[in-house]
Design a protein around this ligand. Structure first.
Ligand code: SAH
Ligand code: SF4
Length: 344
């Protein structure tokens, strides 16, 4: 019999679980706090509750939705990629990036992805399934514990790993709620960023939810002609519709939106493209992240050379568009943006 994953439950669901039926009201809360503040993922270690209950929990919940299959570290340990096994044998990848004052993890939300962006290794493998809430929370708990044991802490979560989070909206939002629970992990929405390829109705839904989570949108082109070729979703939600949704988001939430722009040599990186991009974004509360494209096996395009990246950057900046150049960490270990795959 397969057991339900502990990390699938939010606190109000946990309270109603049958293992707590004959227990005082505060018991589920005690367990919740031990799991999410002390990071005890073996119920036998939750030693402020009766032994009998610890045994029952051991038989009632699975605390390991993700288990380490492989670890790869990049130069100077700055990026570390973990391949996790899931209970059905599927694999996902999660990346930890260590900076001087931050530890950021990049987590996955699906096995594969059905959006088919041509330059993305995850897109190239196609869609297998959505991750469950527990599999998303489990990735975070794994790294939270590793960092805690090192005397450090997780500071940021970017939902930019494998998969399109807005195709798995409910599980993603429930995971965030579990991670932010004030009696538990208390992570804080402002330290979480969701990146979407631009599923317009879900951006609208997210806007209305008025969350404090940061939103990033993968724009990558200033015209439909270019975007159609690299992001097939553009045929369903073209740039003009996408930008209306983004503008509404910025206006309604008063939160700055980030646009991701992977610079591909000769495809979307002319200075005319930069000027057109500036024109599109003029007046919006936004920021552009320029990322030279990382190599993937099934796409021949090359990342823009650094001098030209700077010229593109200057063109945008001069036109009044706030932007920055992001260099992917972990490219040498296949842990950079868009390089995550389900390798056996
Ligand atoms: N599905 C979401 C989040 C995961 S991808 C999305 O597409 O936004 C995270 C980011 O990596 C996206 O901006 C995506 O366009 C970008 N990306 C994908 N492949 C890349 C590559 N080869 N080089 C650089 N960025 C890439
Ligand atoms: Fe999916 Fe994002 Fe990759 Fe596109 S870039 S295929 S949406 S993971």
């Amino acid at each position: 019999m397969t057991l339900p994953f502990f990390f699938d439950f939010n606190l109000s669901e946990l309270v109603k679980h049958p293992v707590f039926a004959d227990q005082p009201d505060y018991r589920a809360m005690q367990v919740w706090q031990q799991v999410y503040t002390k990071l005890k993922f073996d119920p036998m270690q939750i030693n402020n509750v009766p032994l009998e209950l610890r045994r029952k929990m051991k038989d009632a919940f699975d605390f390991e939705p993700v288990t380490v299959a492989q670890k790869v570290s990049g130069e100077g340990n700055q990026a570390e990629k973990i391949a996790f096994n899931l209970s059905d044998g599927a694999k996902i990848e999660t990346v930890l990036m260590r900076y001087t004052e931050r530890n950021t993890i990049c987590i996955s939300t699906q096995v594969g992805c059905g959006m088919g962006c041509v330059f993305c290794a995850t897109g190239q493998m196609g869609f297998t399934r959505n991750l469950e809430t527990a599999e998303i929370v489990g990735q975070v708990m794994y790294f939270a514990k590793i960092l805690r044991e090192e005397g450090s802490a997780l500071t940021n979560i970017v939902i930019m790993g494998m998969g399109e989070p807005f195709v798995n909206y409910d599980a993603v939002l429930k995971s965030i709620d579990i991670l932010n629970d004030p009696d538990g992990f208390q992570f804080g929405e402002r330290r979480i960023t969701i990146s979407t390829v631009g599923i317009v109705p879900m951006i609208e839904k997210f806007t209305l939810a008025k969350r404090q989570i940061n939103l990033a949108v993968s724009l990558h082109a200033p015209t439909n002609a270019i975007r159609d070729k690299i992001l097939p979703i553009n045929k369903t939600y073209p740039i003009e519709k996408l930008l209306i949704a983004c503008n509404d988001y910025a206006k309604y939430t008063k939160r700055r939106i980030s646009f991701e722009y992977a610079l591909i040599d000769g495809v979307n990186d002319s200075l005319e493209d930069a000027t057109q991009l500036a024109h599109l974004l003029k007046g919006m509360l936004c920021h552009v992240n320029l990322i030279p494209l990382n190599p993937t096996r099934n796409y021949g395009g090359k990342g823009t050379k650094s001098d030209h990246v700077k010229a593109f950057y200057s063109t945008l900046t001069r036109a009044g568009i706030p932007c920055s150049i992001r260099i992917s960490r972990g490219v040498e270990i296949g842990a950079g943006c868009g390089q995550l795959v389900n390798k056996a």
